[in-house]
Design a protein around this ligand. Structure first.
Ligand code: OOG
Length: 262
């Protein structure tokens, strides 16, 4: 460990202030070039602990940078996770408020809702599917607090993997009889197709991504809990949106999810 507890807390102050004041921040690695991944997850954990102290509830987790498209776009080589708390959940039909955010982008994802805890060093995608009550079509709104949305892997981890808001589509589906890897998805902005993908874009299968998350959480003595929502990672690159825009993802069999912005 190269950072003292005081320095870790100071990093939490920076990220928290950026989010609260909607101000771009400098990369933490400019000040601490040797920041480790472990320390970055410590910063994220302390940030979430502060939100909990302020009365916010943890609703689940999100994966980031699971698709090759996203890894290439951001210049990183492995996934990350972040933590979802209740103010991030937007009910479908309610607009996302642009003035609360810095430079948001939207991305299409498959969300898992768990009916059992998941933990351990060797959890598989099959075990993830067995522990899943429903899957939903989802749109995640990411809003890196870093200037120009530019960061290294450890920077983004400390910034709660850019978590900002998310919308779940109205139709829960059971995973039985669904092949999430072959599931097609068409991504629209203002009625025009901006991208297409299949579930396999996410580490081969979205459940594989969730299994990676469980193993990664295990390394830190953590787990997924019954009732958690997990956003399994973007199928495509993220797109910008502004007030008045409508972003939609149509998933084969799962249905659609729509995001509006004011
Ligand atoms: C990091 C988070 C990306 C995903 O699903 O790939 C992400 C970022 O690009 O800001 O959530």
């Amino acid at each position: 460990m190269s950072l003292t507890p005081e320095q870790l807390e100071q990093c939490v102050d920076i990220v928290e202030h950026g989010e609260a004041e909607r101000q771009e921040i400098d990369r933490l690695t400019e000040q601490y070039p040797n920041l480790t991944m472990e320390e970055a997850y410590d910063i994220q954990q302390r940030l979430i602990a502060r939100k909990q102290e302020q009365g916010q509830r943890v609703l689940g987790r999100k994966l980031g940078l699971t698709s090759r498209a996203k890894q290439q776009m951001m210049g990183v080589h492995e996934p990350t996770y972040g933590t979802l708390v209740d103010y991030m959940l937007i009910n479908e039909g309610e607009p996302v408020c642009y003035s609360e955010l810095i430079h948001p982008k939207a991305e299409p994802e498959i969300a898992f809702y768990l009916k059992e805890d998941l933990e351990g060093p060797a959890v598989t995608g099959a075990q993830v599917l067995a522990a899943t009550e429903y899957v939903f079509p989802a749109l995640e709104i990411i809003d890196s607090r870093y200037r120009d949305f530019k960061f290294t892997l450890v920077d983004v981890i400390a910034d709660n993997s850019s978590s900002a808001r998310y919308v779940l589509g109205g139709k829960p589906s059971r995973v039985t009889d669904l092949d999430l890897s072959l599931m097609g998805m068409v991504f629209y902005k203002n009625g025009e197709i901006v991208d297409t993908a299949a579930g396999a874009a996410v580490l081969g299968h979205p459940a594989t991504a969730v299994a990676w998350l469980v193993r990664k959480l295990h390394e830190r003595g953590e787990k997924l809990c019954k009732g958690d929502v997990v956003l399994s990672g973007a199928l495509t690159g993220a797109i910008d949106f502004r007030p008045g825009d409508i972003v939609q993802a149509h998933f084969e069999k799962l249905g659609s999810v729509t995001l509006t912005c004011k």
